[in-house]
Design a protein around this ligand. Structure first.
Ligand code: NAP
Length: 291
């Protein structure tokens, strides 16, 4: 049987560290604040906002929900973001996706101040990940994929990784983070004709596609470790990943969905909030020195 790479323990360790850091800020008179912008209408974005609110509460972090009807205009959202950027009491800003069709996620995300951009979606933070600049804020899910492997003691340096999916949210930023780990990465996508032959050479496969059964039993081998970042909602309302459910006897290890990458993603988002607070604090000190 394959080892199940569950994320609960790694997430709890991160939570303990975040709680300690949040307490330190509070002792210094600053309450960490995460602001989330939600455009109502899509159950997925409302679900993500609620789960962040629950996590924030457990971590002693204040959560501010800015909810709008689906008739809201881009100008209105840009003005809300400008207000949150200027508000020193707000340390992290997130835009819940998906948005209604008349709104451009890229344009709205680009307006977030890079030091408050805790999911690494602004052009400045994308540049930081491409150039390996560690002062950037990087997207949570790609970080979670690597953190999960590290938690189980896997080293990626020099290893063959098949990265399936090159999307803006997960695959593409993950490619750059894997470069920082010195992995040898083979990027597969919708035009890759034969996934099985790519996986035959891989020691690790990370799947971020958004389609159930992208990786099936006939494609894997006993030495393979699979990290499944996919989240797919089935007709009966249940959630599954991109890897088929019957892989466990055919490979070395696999991360479950739910209970894997997604569980660690939320924790890493709040770790990013702590990093964002450090960056804002450093910028404030620099500003005071240069004044
Ligand atoms: P995306 O932007 O839609 O990208 C999907 C990628 O999959 C594309 O690169 C596409 O190739 C590739 N692809 C499509 N069909 C394929 C196939 N049959 N074989 C190989 N590759 C294929 O997706 P995303 O936003 O990055 O998200 C990916 C998955 O991660 C989704 O399931 C999403 O729900 C999940 N996700 C999870 C979390 C979490 O917290 N765990 C967070 C965010 C997203 P092309 O580039 O050629 O089109």
């Amino acid at each position: 049987m394959a080892m199940l790479l569950k994320a609960k323990e790694a997430a709890e360790q991160l939570h303990a560290d975040i709680r300690t850091r949040a307490e330190e800020w509070k002792r210094n008179g600053i309450r960490p604040v995460l602001a989330t912008i939600l455009v109502e209408g899509d159950p997925a974005s409302a679900y993500y906002a609620r789960s962040k609110e629950r996590a924030a509460e457990k971590l002693g972090i204040a959560f501010r929900l800015h909810a709008f009807p689906d008739s809201v205009t881009e100008e209105e959202l840009l003005s809300v973001i400008a207000g949150l950027n200027a508000d020193a009491a707000v340390h992290g800003i997130m835009l819940e996706l998906p948005l209604p069709r008349h709104l451009s996620a890229a344009a709205i995300e680009a307006a977030i101040a890079p030091v408050k951009d805790i999911d690494g979606v602004t052009p400045a933070n994308k540049l930081a990940i491409y150039t390996g600049d560690d002062s950037g804020l990087f997207p949570a899910t790609p970080q979670a994929c690597i953190a999960l492997l590290k938690h189980y003691g896997y080293a990626l340096e020099g290893r063959n990784v098949a990265l399936i999916g090159r999307g803006q949210t997960v695959g593409l930023p993950l490619f750059h983070l894997l470069q920082k780990e010195h992995a040898t990465v083979n990027v597969c996508h919708s035009r890759t004709p034969d996934l099985a032959s790519q996986l035959a050479r891989a020691e690790f496969a990370i799947v971020a596609v958004g389609k159930p059964n992208t990786v099936t039993r006939d494609m894997v081998h006993r030495g393979l470790v699979v990290v499944d970042a996919g989240i797919n909602e089935l007709e009966d309302g249940s959630i599954c990943g991109d890897a088929a459910g019957d892989l466990s006897e055919a490979l070395a290890a696999v991360s479950p969905v739910p209970g894997g990458v997604g569980t660690l993603t939320t924790a890493i988002l709040f770790r990013n909030l702590m990093k964002a607070m450090d960056l804002q604090h450093q910028a404030a000190i620099k500003g005071a020195v240069n004044r």
